[in-house]
Design a protein around this ligand. Structure first.
Ligand code: DUC
Ligand code: ZN
Ligand code: ZN
Length: 478
């Protein structure tokens, strides 16, 4: 056994596949031994029979992503990863976004500059492909996939990002050839634009109308279309931020047909409803995200789908905009019409505690599913497993000791992001990470951030498991 430099003793360890009591031996930032009575070591942490889980992998969050003016994200890699660590997340995968007309390589180089020296936990990048030119498809993307950028998001809405169906087919075809993973934002752009114009013309410009401009049918139609395109190409895709029953129905239908369709949901679809967008004053702007939160019946559908395996990934979709800020929800103190409110809410730090409290402790999902959804599956889905997402010899010592009984009232004052609100203000939950280790280094302990900017390393992703495992057969057009 390698010489240990840290032992975590008396752990009640849980991964997606097992629960056991043991000590955890760490050397050079990696787990090297699991067992009883590991040798004494200069650095020891007594878990005191507390639950020890793999650090969370948040595979959908936005940090310092360039935005059209006047919007600007509140969190950079320093504040975003700090917040993540304090909530038990030890890996983040934000997006290097290509602007239309920009080369992907330039977007990636710029994003590395933004991250360099700032992250306190490890990170990888997804790409956002907004301009799949012949050069991007033939040269840039294949090259980047080989360099460890193996997943990319495509949008069916937003004028500055959206792809046509034909462009989606081009990107999916390339992903299939290279074994990459395509993430899809599924909302029908023209329907949203048409509904928004009608609502604005009728004087309905308040944040509450954001939900009316993006009703479930808009998401359901696009979800079905993305599934059909992926079926044509025979490529796995992952539908991101699924909000409710109608889109879930499409995904269930596809999965029942044996199609390689994966799906992600987020805390806002379990805990918020469209009623939050109608909060008094203009405060509903704080909950404007896309797709919007739905109703209580939809929340119940999302819980059911989480428990039954429709979703494989649970992410925050942290998209941080301040409320009172020239670049945020209320630019220059003005209450703008809903189409101009930046889409997105913060959630990196609250993702794990919310699912633990409302899911595990309330008996809606079991502990192993919690680990699978928040750590193991996203690590697999994006080619980081077993380095991330589990606790096993050889994996990084990204560990979270949970204080399972701690009662917490969520307040923004206690969070560590740079956003000036949380949509969950005042919510009472049970359980919070007591201690977070990133590659064996303490980053969160006893209610204090202990991390260091620059400790976090960039990781190249391997090929995503669903894509790697699929059979490569010649297509009729090849
Ligand atoms: N899509 C995201 O993935 N994040 C924030 C806003 C959006 O529309
Ligand atoms: Zn999206
Ligand atoms: Zn997002």
């Amino acid at each position: 056994m390698a010489r240990l430099d840290l032992v975590v003793r008396n752990a009640r360890l849980a991964t997606e596949s097992e629960e056991r009591r043991c000590d955890i031996g760490v050397a050079d930032g990696r787990v090297v031994a699991l067992g009883a009575g590991l040798p004494k070591c200069a650095r020891e942490i007594d878990a005191g029979e507390r639950l020890v889980l793999p650090g969370g992998v948040d595979a959908h969050c936005h940090l310092d992503q360039p935005m059209p003016a006047p919007m600007k994200m509140a969190d950079d890699f320093a504040s975003g990863t700090r917040s993540a660590a304090c909530g038990g997340t030890t890996t983040v995968i934000p997006f290097a976004a290509q602007a239309k007309g920009q080369s992907l390589a330039a977007a990636v180089a710029d994003y590395h500059r933004r991250a360099e020296g700032k992250a306190c936990i490890d990170y990888a990048f997804h790409l956002i492909v907004s301009d799949p030119t012949p050069r991007v498809l033939a040269e840039e993307l294949p090259g980047l996939i080989r360099e460890g950028y193996t997943s990319f998001k495509i949008y069916m809405t937003y004028d500055d990002l959206r792809l046509s169906d034909r462009e989606m087919l081009d990107v999916m075809d390339l992903a299939r050839r290279e074994g990459a993973m395509v993430m899809v934002h599924a909302e029908n752009s023209d329907a949203i634009a048409w509904l928004s114009d009608k609502l604005i013309a009728a004087g309905r410009s308040a944040p509450a109308h954001h939900a009316a401009a993006r009703p479930p049918a808009v998401e359901r139609e696009a979800t079905h279309r993305a599934i059909a395109l992926s079926e044509l190409i025979d490529v796995p895709i992952l539908i991101v931020h699924v909000s409710g029953g109608e889109a879930i129905e499409q995904i269930r239908w596809a999965q029942a047909r044996g199609l390689n369709i994966h799906a992600e949901t987020c805390p806002q679809y379990l805990l918020l409803t469209a009623a939050h967008l109608g909060a008094a004053g203009y405060h509903g702007a704080k909950c404007v995200c896309s797709p919007p939160p739905r109703d209580e019946a939809s929340q119940a559908e999302v819980w059911r789908a989480l428990a039954s395996g429709v979703f494989s990934v649970f992410s925050s979709d942290h998209a941080p905009f301040r409320y009172e800020d020239p670049h945020g929800k209320k630019p220059g103190g003005r209450e703008v019409a809903f189409p101009h409110i930046p889409n997105g809410i913060p959630g990196l730090e609250t993702r794990l505690p919310l699912l633990f409290s409302e899911g595990v402790l309330k008996g809606r999902i079991d502990l192993r599913s919690f680990v699978a959804l928040t750590a193991a599956n996203p690590a697999r889905m994006y080619g980081l497993y077993p380095r991330k997402g589990t606790i096993a010899p050889g994996s990084d010592a990204d560990l979270v000791l949970w204080d399972e009984r701690r009662e917490v009232t969520i307040t923004n004052d206690a969070l560590h992001h740079a956003v000036d609100y949380t949509p969950y203000e005042g919510l009472r939950i049970t359980g919070w990470p007591a201690l977070t280790l990133s590659r064996g280094e303490v980053v969160w302990k006893d209610g204090e951030f202990r991390g260091t900017a620059g400790h976090g390393q960039f990781m190249k992703c391997g090929l995503p498991e669903p894509a790697r495992l699929r059979r490569i057969a010649a297509r009729s057009w090849e």
